[in-house]
Design a protein around this ligand. Structure first.
Ligand code: KG4
Ligand code: ZN
Length: 337
């Protein structure tokens, strides 16, 4: 009971998330998503997301306190995603967090969204091994990180030079006539297809870096489909989905294990929305087993954007004795790790 109660707020993209933790114990995790409002645009519309955050902020905080059976006055610290993300969306969460911090007289911690994706795993699997390698794959980011200590030091090793992995899933899904967000649909449809049916390109596979590139793959799939549509040939959607998915997860797992090898690290964490992908989970497990690397993947609800991840990192910052943020912290859309 000695550990402080931390309330975390996440608004970097289209989910308004609020989490409450004590230490690494998750007490509440509530979410309001505007994903359905973006579906007809085929991607997140920043202005729509900001407005939805504004409407959802207070009710989502109240639901979290209800879920945990707590009152505002029980909260010892507030953590909020300060970046990276959509500027207007971040601003709503940061403004709310400042107001609650000031009103309650408790410290405020502005946290990095990517580091929070790493910290959240501790709510499920306990304290992180130090160091570990983290691979974050979502609609907004594809990053490899060396994590000596998530509260104090996170070192970027590589990231995508063009599209994020989830973005590629969403764009290819659109080409195949599947709904947005497309990742889960490709995952499902691919179950009836073969990952070796079509040889799609694997960008930056053996280039000696820990960076990713998915835009060439996305274009290759679109061209392949268009060529067949033009000639009136029918396509087997499950084979296209499975072959595309195989190309993505092959590159992701290869680079993740290369990062472990280059840095002599034996623990790999995979997070972000794409970590929900069944083929990614299976191939990562297979390659980790072969390399003697332990794999940690949080359950899907903790992989996608949520408030618990922000609270988890906030809790680590308090425990590490890191100084709180000042009340004038900005929302920084391109906050570096
Ligand atoms: O982390 P997240 O909820 O939001 C951010 O983008 O930050 O990730 C959403 C992304 C979307 O691109 C979605 O298509 C993808 O994660 N995704 C998946 C799966 N579930 C979600 N991609 C592949 N397979 C899945 N099962
Ligand atoms: Zn995210």
């Amino acid at each position: 009971r000695d550990e402080p109660l931390v309330l975390g707020i996440e608004t970097s993209c289209d989910e308004t998330g609020v989490g409450i933790v004590r230490g690494h114990t998750l007490l509440a995790n509530t979410i309001a998503s505007s994903v359905e409002q973006h579906a007809r645009f085929g991607g997140v519309v920043p202005e729509v997301a900001s407005r939805a955050h504004l409407e959802a902020m207070t009710p989502t905080i109240e639901r979290a306190l209800d879920q945990a059976g707590l009152r505002f006055t029980d909260v010892d610290a507030i953590a909020v995603t300060a970046g990276p993300g959509l500027a207007g969306a971040l601003l709503v969460g940061v403004a709310a967090a400042k107001a609650y911090s000031l009103g309650l007289g408790v410290p405020l911690y502005g946290v990095n969204h990517l580091a929070a994706h790493v910290a959240v795993d501790q709510l499920e699997h306990g304290a992180l091994p130090k160091p570990c390698i983290a691979m974050l794959v979502s609609g907004g980011h594809s990053s490899l990180l060396l994590v000596p200590d998530v509260a104090r030091e996170v070192i970027p090793l590589g990231s995508t030079v063009d599209d994020a992995a989830g973005e590629a899933f969403d764009k290819v899904a659109r080409v195949l006539g599947l709904p947005f967000p497309g990742g889960p649909h490709i995952d499902r449809v691919a179950g009836d297809g073969s990952g070796t049916a079509i040889a799609f390109p694997r960008g930056k596979y053996d280039d000696g870096t820990l960076d990713f590139s998915f835009s060439g793959l996305k274009t290759a799939v679109a061209r392949w489909v268009e060529a067949r549509q033009r000639s009136g040939e029918s396509i087997h959607v499950p084979d296209v989905a499975a072959s595309f998915q195989e190309a993505v997860v092959d590159v992701l797992t290869r680079k993740a294990l290369r990062a472990c090898e280059e840095h002599g690290v034996r623990d790999l964490l995979i997070g972000g929305g794409v970590a929900a992908n069944s083929r990614l989970r299976a191939l990562a497990q297979e390659r980790c087993d072969a390399a003697g690397v332990r794999l940690r993947v949080p359950r899907p609800g903790l992989c996608t954007d949520n408030g618990a991840m922000v609270a988890a990192l906030g809790s680590d910052l308090v425990a590490a004795g890191v100084a709180p943020s000042l009340l004038d912290i900005p929302a920084d859309s391109s906050l570096p790790i």
